[in-house]
Design a protein around this ligand. Structure first.
Ligand SMILES: Nc1ncnc2c1ncn2[C@@H]1O[C@H](COP(=O)(O)OP(=O)(O)OP(=O)(O)O)[C@@H](O)[C@H]1O
Length: 311
């Protein structure tokens, strides 16, 4: 008999609902995250992502449904789940008059965890906070406050790190550094749930993504599988001889001519290779000098599914 060992669920969300003033903003959301995953919760402004995350974190009261973290109910077993989660909220919340060092030590105590200087130093080091340890928080720049919030969320070594827009308003270099660090702690075993408006980052970072729109989950899939299933590919054909109009019979590929008729652009539907259309064109006598294909990504799928522009 073969034994299958399944990864434990880090988070299980069932039939989650929430209304504010009788207006439903989360409408029956179901999903589960496996331990060790990097999961992205995406959606346009107002889709209900932060409300969902705030219910997971226990800072917004559940409307109905259930949330279980590592097998513990986040209502009944709040004392346990609080220890297992580290949350970086979207709004910057800091302890204005404490220094970075004081605040980090204090937060370990808040979670009932003994101060672990080696871990604290590693966080401080990896998040570039070392030169700022003795500064009061009030005087930190926005980017440094974000880095502090990430250090604070990790100080008690949570098993699930939740990042709600951690790179909003952060410069490109710091964004890369933060994601590299998130990847590193994920490889060391921490499960990650994140939201971001930078869909390219979600595409690169997330094993799976859930897309929310108007309080509902409208897609939930392995990121690359979603892209393969829904993304179109653009085929660019550089021709030997210019065309005045696109060749007949290609309507399904929405043909367009550019570069004074020397470049023919075709959209390949998802799942269709370039072979058949190339054969058809060469058989019709068209001389093709060069071919390029370009795969659209999560951004285009997001716009297609939500009908809205991403970030
Ligand atoms: N405390 C609150 N009281 C009343 N309405 C709220 C409250 N919190 C959120 N909302 C509303 O709930 C809806 C969902 O907001 P939420 O912040 O969850 O969306 P989001 O997907 O995180 O958006 P964003 O990407 O802009 O952060 C919005 O219409 C928002 O105005």
């Amino acid at each position: 008999m073969r034994l299958y060992i399944r990864a434990m669920d880090a988070l299980v969300i069932k039939k989650l609902c929430k209304s504010f003033d009788d207006v439903p903003v989360v409408k029956g959301v179901d999903f589960a995250i496996k331990e060790g995953e990097i999961f992205g919760l995406l959606g346009p402004n107002g889709a209900g992502k932060s409300t969902t995350i705030n219910m997971i974190a226990g800072v917004v009261r559940l409307g109905s449904g259930s949330i279980t973290a590592f097998g513990y109910d986040n209502q009944k077993d709040y004392r346990y789940t609080r220890r297992m989660l580290g949350v970086v909220h979207q709004e910057i919340v800091i302890d204005n008059f404490f220094t970075v060092n004081q605040a980090l030590r204090m937060h370990a105590g808040y979670y009932g965890v003994k101060d672990d200087p080696a871990w604290r130093h590693l966080l401080v080091d990896r998040l570039g906070l070392k030169p700022h340890l003795n500064k009061v928080m009030l005087k930190l720049s926005g980017g440094l406050k974000r880095r502090f919030m990430i250090a604070k969320a990790l100080i008690h070594r949570p098993r699930l790190l939740i990042l709600d827009e951690p790179t909003a308003g952060v410069d490109v270099e710091l964004r890369h550094g933060l994601w590299a660090f998130v990847r590193e702690i994920n490889q060391q075993g921490t499960t990650i749930l994140l939201t971001t408006h930078y869909l390219e980052e979600a595409e690169q970072m997330c094993d799976r993504v859930g897309i929310m729109n108007h309080g509902e989950l409208i897609a939930l899939e392995n990121t690359q599988a979603l892209i393969r299933r829904l993304a179109n590919r653009q085929l660019s054909l550089w021709l030997d001889n210019p065309l005045l109009v696109p060749p007949a019979g290609l309507e399904q590929y929405s043909p367009k001519l550019k570069e004074e008729g020397m470049l023919l652009l075709l959209h390949l539907p998802s799942g269709e290779g370039a072979g058949p259309v190339l054969r058809k064109l060469t058989e019709s006598g068209m001389r093709i000098r060069d071919v390029e294909t370009e795969q659209s990504g999560l951004e285009e799928i997001f716009i297609h599914l939500t009908g809205l522009e991403g970030g």
